[in-house]
Design a protein around this ligand. Structure first.
Ligand code: ZN
Length: 520
């Protein structure tokens, strides 16, 4: 019966066509993993598919007919949004041919970094972003406009208020940086020359960032008891946000030094009250009890740096100022726990100092610690790990819903190579201070929202395919104060903009990160 045969044939063709329509070819399929999507909600079993640079499917791939050119079996592993680091010192890394791969960050699971923090970002934002685009970079990267840079451009290292015309010049530079794609205004009010600015001056600049839809990112004027004190410094940051009308992000939140240990409670109360009043306020934190600094930045009073390095050296040689300088440095060393709590991690050509405490160096030289410190500063300074935080404060901050993960990565401190895995290993898996889902949220979606990074930070259809696949049994930091550049382990796969940057635990060498402008 040829008629019936023909009908059957047509029916089979129709079924085949329907199946064809349901087949969804993708480039990469992460099959059988546990997805923590960045929302902070419970992790769940799901497949994740990537087509081009975007996530195109999250769910049961077989049932939905999703077929991949490249299926990867991720059973037993955690699939999460690539981590976003809101506070780094990678401006130079990203511009350096040898370091632009950013492998130390990729191996922690980081796919996007923010640079230009602590007041040090450029105002010529477009030029830097274009340089990164042409040079190609390993992670995505965005920039903050630096108040310190802007002030230095207009006023040099002068410790004085700007004239109205000078303030206008500074405002124009911030406007330019924001127009060119800056995420917001960063300050380092602890450091010279940022510290020479009164609150009102910072508010005037922050208003320019606010007008462009940016945020205020602050290294506080005082994280300790140096000048106005930790709690007043937090209040100052909140005031700047309130009066300029923009979100406030407090960098590397901590209680630095014995004078303010335990004050995390007061800081948290202030921030909770601001948030309850409807203000956008949050912070980031690195999971270490030592900060990364230099002997000069940690011990010198800011008045000694006014005018610049020549003026500083003159003051260290002048008996009229040396006495006051030594007295202030002695007090600053006490705040930080004494010479035994300062570990030299880098000293330019004087590598014999590295790995020793200031106390040990002073003893070897037969000097007191302040004489040894001044000698180091005269020879071009040295980077140091300053052990000045208390575990109880670290954990209290970490539990807060407003605290994100940020490395503040700087050379010589293990946080640059270990922050994200250390937070997981020590505080999630080890002590249960926060859950895995909360760790992921604080390291991805929350940061993307704070910094206005569009379509990043979640495992969700339509979002950019910045994805990390973690072997949580192995995910750990290896960097130490003695060997700060040991890379982390336990990231099995990592995708940046849909391209595998780590395959089977090894970097592929792909330079597929993008410079990101605000809201893009
Ligand atoms: Zn800082």
């Amino acid at each position: 019966m040829p008629g019936a045969e023909r009908l059957l044939g047509l029916a089979l063709l129709a079924v085949a066509a329907a199946a064809q329509a349901q087949q969804r070819p993708v480039d990469v399929l992460l099959r059988g993993g546990t997805v923590c999507d960045g929302s902070g909600g419970p992790c769940r079993a799901a497949d994740v598919a990537v087509l081009g640079e975007r996530i195109t499917f999250v769910g049961d791939a077989r049932r939905a007919g999703v077929r991949a050119g490249r299926p990867l079996d991720v059973a037993g592993l955690v699939v999460a949004p690539g981590f976003i680091d809101p506070h780094t010192h990678t401006l130079e890394d990203l511009s350096d041919t040898g370091r632009r791969r950013m492998e130390g960050y990729l191996l922690q699971g980081v796919t996007t970094v923010v640079a230009g923090n602590d007041g040090g970002g450029p105002f010529a934002v477009a030029g830097v972003l274009e340089q990164w685009r042409r040079g190609r970079i390993g992670t995505n990267a965005a920039l903050l406009v630096g108040q310190g840079t802007v002030r230095r451009q207009v006023l040099g290292m002068a410790d004085r208020a700007p004239s109205p015309a000078e303030l206008d010049s500074m405002r124009a530079l911030v406007r330019r940086g924001m127009r060119e794609g800056g995420l917001g205004l960063s300050t380092g009010l602890y450091y010279a020359p940022g510290s020479y600015a009164a609150t009102e001056e910072v508010i005037a600049l922050a208003r320019e960032a606010a007008a462009a839809g940016g945020l205020y990112d602050s290294h506080l004027r005082d994280e300790s008891s140096y000048s106005i004190g930790l709690v007043a410094a937090v209040a100052e940051a909140l005031r700047i946000g309130r009066e300029a009308g923009l979100p406030v992000h407090i960098a590397h939140i901590k209680a630095l030094g014995t004078d303010v240990w335990g004050r995390s409670d007061s800081v948290i109360a202030l921030i909770r009250a601001a948030r309850a009043a409807g203000r956008q306020v949050d912070a980031d934190q690195y999971p270490y009890d030592a900060s990364g600094t230099s002997i000069g930045a940690s011990l010198l009073p800011r008045w000694a740096e006014a005018g610049g390095r020549d003026s500083l050296l003159a003051r260290t040689a002048d008996p009229a100022t040396l006495g006051r300088l030594r007295a202030d440095m002695t007090e600053n060393l006490r705040r930080r726990g004494g010479a035994g709590a300062m570990l030299i991690t880098g000293a330019g050509g004087r590598s014999g100092l590295v790995g020793k405490t200031l106390e040990a160096i002073a003893r070897e030289q037969g000097h007191d610690p302040i004489t040894a410190a001044l000698d180091i500063i005269r020879h071009g300074d040295a980077s140091a790990a300053s052990f000045n935080m208390q575990e109880a404060d670290i954990e209290r901050f970490m539990r807060e819903e407003f605290v994100e993960t940020g490395s503040d990565g700087s050379d010589g401190h293990p946080r640059k190579y270990g922050t994200f895995p250390r937070k997981y290993r020590r505080y999630v898996a080890g002590r249960g201070v926060i859950t895995l889902a909360r760790f992921i949220q604080a390291s991805s979606s929350q940061t993307a929202e704070t910094f206005g990074l569009k379509d990043r930070g979640r495992v969700r259809e339509g979002f950019f395919a910045d994805l990390v696949v973690l072997d949580t049994a192995r995910y750990r930091d290896r960097a130490t104060y003695q060997a700060p550049r040991l890379v982390a382990e336990g990231v099995r796969y990592l995708l940046v903009n849909g391209v595998l940057a780590i395959l089977d635990g090894r970097p592929t060498g792909a330079l597929v990160g993008r410079p990101l402008r605000r809201k893009e």
